[in-house]
Structures are given as C-alpha cells and as structure tokens.
Ligand binder design. Structure first.
Ligand SMILES: Cc1cc2nc3c(=O)[nH]c(=O)nc-3n(C[C@H](O)[C@H](O)[C@H](O)COP(=O)(O)O)c2cc1C
Length: 208
C-alpha cells in the first residue's frame, strides 16, 4: 500500500477526496440573488446530518478561478435560507449547465433551461424538474479557511419537503421511480440502477 502525507496542494487533496468518497449524492442548491433572480448550483459534498431536527449539509469551496466565495454562499449568508433539489436521469444535463460560472445575478434557471417554482416557506425558488425539494433555513456555516479550495460546511434545517406523487409508493420514495444520480471522480456521474440487497441483522432500525 502506498502512503501519502497530506499538505496544501489542492489538486492532490481534491483527487483523494473525489476518488475515494463516491458515489456522492448531489444537492442542487437554489438561492435568491440580491435582485430577486435565481441562483442554482450542484454540490456533491453533500450529506444528511440529523433526522430530528431534520438537517442537511453541503460544502461549497472557495472558487479556484477567482479565489472568491461562490454565489450560493453569498446568497445564503444574506438570505439565511435555500432549497435543496435533486438530480435524476432526466435533469442531469441541465443541472450540469447550472454549474457553469455565470456573472453574479444572471438567472441560472433560465441559463440551464430549468423551471423555477415558488416555495411555500422560504423565498428561494424550487426546481420544478426535481421530484423532491427540501426547503431549508440556515443553521450553521462552518468555515475552514479563505484560501482557494477551502470549504465551508453549510447546514440547513429542512422546514418543508415536497415529493412528486409519481415517485411515491406506499408513502416511501421508490428508488427506481426517483432515478437519482450521484457523482463520481472526474466527469463521472453514477446511476443507481445496479443495486444489491443485504438484510441487516438488527431488528429495531429507524428505517423500518
Ligand atoms: C455534479 C457537480 C458537483 C459539484 N460539487 C461541488 C461541491 O461539492 N463543492 C463545490 O464547491 N463545487 C461543486 N461543484 C461546482 C459548482 O457547482 C460550481 O462552482 C458553481 O459554479 C457554483 O455556483 P455558484 O457560484 O452559483 O454558487 C460541482 C459541480 C458539479 C457539476
């Protein structure tokens, strides 16, 4: 086995992260720009954090090209709310377009050919092409530095969930109907179509 000391070389560290932590779920985060237009961007450093309260978290890094905070961060710091939308086989290419760097204030729904719909609790809009939406209120921003590649871990409390009835089966989200997509290394995106079932030995599980 080859061992590596970890220093401050962005490319090296980043390659270990994206090559090891996979498949990664993708949060497509929508926020409101200062002029009321919509910002949308995918983040694969994304996870569930707590069930009660219901908390999710994701990590935008300082932009490599400019050394500045990403627009998503600027908007969440000001508005204190956001929506997490999800990637599926049918919206993945449009979501990819939403990751392009646009001038601040340029509406990324319009740029990506996606549809913005009003939320019920927060001002940030939801992405119609996503079958699940989490409306979130900001909980924490943990800051791991200001240099290029440094991350912020942003957590939000989910205050409203919307699920398209088409992907629901007996009250649960059906993975095949949802058809979620994850992120791999490089330009890989990962379909969730090749799965195995392993029964857990413990009986009292929160999923049951
Ligand atoms: C599938 C996918 C996953 C991404 N994940 C992340 C991530 O976890 N963290 C990050 O900083 N950038 C990530 N990016 C890049 C951002 O989406 C990109 O920098 C975007 O322009 C940020 O937009 P904003 O400035 O509107 O916030 C990802 C891009 C793609 C296509």
């Amino acid at each position: 086995m080859k061992s590596f000391d970890i220093g401050e070389e962005l490319r090296t560290n980043y390659k270990f992260l994206i090559g090891s932590i996979l498949p990664r779920p993708i949060a497509v985060v929508s926020t409101l720009n200062e002029d009321g237009s919509n910002n949308l961007a995918p983040f694969s450093f994304f996870t569930g954090v707590s069930a009660v309260p219901m908390i999710v978290g994701f990590s935008p890094m300082i932009r490599t090209s400019t050394g500045e905070k990403k627009d998503t961060v600027i908007n969440i710091e000001r508005e204190k709310e956001f929506v997490v939308n999800f990637v599926t086989q049918s919206n993945m290419e449009k979501v990819n377009s939403a990751s392009e760097e646009l001038a601040y204030g340029q509406d990324e729904f319009i740029h990506a050919g996606l549809t913005a719909v009003e939320s019920e609790v927060v001002k940030a809009r939801r992405m119609k092409e996503s079958p699940i939406h989490f409306e979130c209120k900001l909980r924490d921003i943990l800051n791991y530095g200001d240099g290029v590649g440094s991350g912020r871990f942003i957590t939000g409390e989910v205050v409203k969930v919307h699920v398209d009835e088409k992907i629901l089966e007996e009250g649960r989200i059906n993975t095949d109907l949802f058809a979620p997509i994850g992120r791999g290394a490089g330009n890989d995106w990962i379909k969730c179509t090749d799965r195995v079932q392993i029964e857990r030995l413990m009986k009292a599980q929160i999923q049951k």
